[in-house]
Design a protein. Structure first.
Length: 282
């Protein structure tokens, strides 16, 4: 049908342009029960989205919430490694897939869990196939969680757009780093969230500094941060600044992120709980 050429508000015609756009959200699995969906996003890669996702999952789990992680970074999946899930068989039937759980009970679904014994096997797929896999992880997995964290791929391309359009996001956390490009990086993610009408819960800056083990001085490896000005510019809360911590990196490398002992994201987890009014399952 061709577009109308007049002001639709002045007539009673059933013009196509007056019709509300249909939602592109995909229904969850019939056996799923998901209270809240939170995306962890960034405007570029390499800023630590997967680390922030993993840490938030651990902290929310410790607060008594049942947590799941949907690893939507199909070509660079790293969530299973952080939790030490290797050679795990994913079970399922006609009703859907059962997400494997970590040692503390965090459910997760990632393409790395479906690659068998070779976790280094590259995923050389075109965008449509990758986007379809993300949708399958949502609709074909039986999620029973209070909070589902979605580790999104970087940027604003096909797959991040699929996440924003297909999943019922309650909000996103934007992850950035201290480099001079931070304003542009945050702007990309922020503008995408605004265009998709998804609330931004706040900003997290990763690799903010290194603390000297002798004197405790904070060393700004990437120069002075401008994250506070960026947060003020967009009206977002600055939820956390995560330093470059060798102990934390070692835990991730060993698949023991659940043993972390730091308070880097405590305020971020508390803000997520408060802003979304999270309540754990009875």
């Amino acid at each position: 049908m061709s577009e109308c050429t007049h002001d639709c508000s002045t007539c009673s015609s059933n013009c196509a342009s007056r019709e509300k756009p249909q939602s592109l959200q995909i229904p969850a699995n019939e056996l799923s029960e998901v209270k809240h969906v939170i995306g962890v996003v960034s405007g570029k890669g390499g800023v630590g989205k997967s680390l922030v996702t993993s840490m938030l999952a651990v902290l929310l789990q410790r607060e008594g919430y049942k947590v799941g992680i949907l690893d939507a970074d199909i070509t660079g999946p790293s969530i299973p490694k952080a939790f030490g899930l290797h050679n795990v068989e994913v079970y399922g039937d006609d009703n859907g897939m059962i997400p494997p759980s970590s040692k503390t009970g965090i459910d997760m679904m990632s393409v790395n869990l479906l690659l068998g014994n070779d976790e280094t096997k590259p995923v050389i797929w075109r965008g449509a196939m990758i986007a379809g896999t993300v949708q399958q992880f949502w609709k074909d997995t039986i999620w029973n969680v209070d909070v589902l964290l979605v580790d999104c791929p970087p940027g604003t391309g096909d797959v991040p757009l699929t996440v924003f359009q297909s999943l019922p996001l309650d909000g996103v956390v934007i992850v950035s780093s201290p480099q001079d490009l931070v304003s542009m990086i945050v702007s990309k993610a922020a503008n995408m969230a605004n265009m998709m009408n998804v609330p931004v819960l706040g900003l997290v800056e990763n690799m903010s500094y290194v603390k000297c083990p002798d004197c405790g001085k904070e060393i700004k490896v990437f120069g002075e941060s401008h994250i506070e000005e960026v947060a003020e510019k967009f009206g977002y809360d600055l939820l956390a600044r995560i330093p470059m911590d060798s102990k934390l990196s070692a835990l991730v490398d060993r698949g023991m992120i659940e043993l972390m002992e730091n308070d880097y994201l405590d305020r971020a987890a508390a803000a997520v709980i408060e802003k979304l009014n999270l309540t754990p399952n009875a």
